[in-house]
Design a protein around this ligand. Structure first.
Ligand code: SF4
Length: 283
């Protein structure tokens, strides 16, 4: 596998200008994809967290809840939060609160823009009282759009989120045993199975839904497309490969399969491509 220095299409090395959709594969036929080194990646994710650019159209990120115990092997936020924060609980990533952050006025959003709320960690570890406080906050700022997502979306169903909240979850695969080696999903993450997330998120009735297929792992294409078609309020699908393939070696699908998936998802919802490159095992 070729590894080259990470550059934006404009060939700048200015880390502040790096973005997910800017390091997308530009010419897969010539195999000219680009990977960050570990130190480059760490700087990049740190910048991403600070500048709130995990998703295109994310205007800013507000994290009154931080932490998660799902223990995904590919989690970058746990390590980065440990490095960047002085808070002892952030260092261990135990779920905890920074309620003072809800005193902040969120930036104005327009069109497709949104505020990422509680995305550093998983809000499903928060208390009912806390989540109700978040619901109230979103109601108070009714002219902003917020994105709240969880790998346990069944929890989101317990609350009446106002219409200006987009609800989301991650569905990285539709397999419980992934790829040629039948890697158990449970050895990658202790979150509810992707199938359980799909069954929960399809029950959202009053809010738009975003699905994130990232880091993409091998999938059954017909079933994956069927799941997406079956989510009534689905508006956006984010899709991308793992950013640290050298470290994580996830059971990734080949690039051609991901491109076919994208083609089949585009009639269903707006597809936002993030890091699209050949699988780490493709040469
Ligand atoms: S659910 Fe998200 S925050 Fe929690 S361990 Fe997995 S990737 Fe990290």
């Amino acid at each position: 596998m070729q590894r080259t220095e990470l550059r934006t299409p404009g060939q700048t090395s200015d880390i502040r200008r790096w973005d997910w959709h800017q390091i997308r594969l530009r010419d897969c036929r010539s195999n000219s994809w680009e990977y960050p080194s570990m130190s480059e990646f760490n700087k990049w994710v740190g910048t991403m967290i600070k500048s709130n650019r995990m998703y295109p159209f994310s205007k800013e990120q507000i994290n009154p809840h931080v932490g998660c115990e799902f223990g995904c092997t590919y989690c970058a936020f746990r390590k980065l939060t440990h490095r960047l924060s002085n808070c002892p609980d952030c260092k261990t990533y135990v779920p905890h609160y920074h309620l003072e952050r809800l005193k902040k006025s969120p930036k104005k959003t327009e069109g497709k823009e949104f505020i990422s709320l509680c995305l550093n960690g998983d809000i499903s570890f928060a208390s009912v009282n806390f989540i109700q406080t978040v619901v109230n906050y979103c109601e108070q700022w009714y002219d902003r759009t917020f994105l709240i997502q969880s790998k346990n979306p069944a929890m989101l169903l317990l609350f009446k989120f106002p219409y200006n909240v987009v609800l989301g979850t991650t569905i990285e695969t539709n397999y419980n045993a992934i790829g040629k080696n039948n890697v158990p999903y449970s050895s990658i993450s202790h979150a509810p199975r992707p199938e359980d997330r799909y069954r929960a998120i399809r029950r959202v009735k009053n809010n738009d839904v975003h699905i994130t297929i990232e880091p993409v792992m091998d999938f059954h294409i017909d079933e994956m497309v069927g799941w997406m078609k079956d989510i009534p309020r689905l508006k956006v699908i984010n899709i991308g490969y793992d950013s640290r393939p050298q470290l994580n070696h996830l059971p990734e699908p080949p690039l051609m399969k991901v491109k076919e998936l994208i083609d089949r998802l585009e009639p269903i919802a707006e597809v936002r491509q993030k890091l699209i490159r050949p699988a780490w095992w493709e040469d």
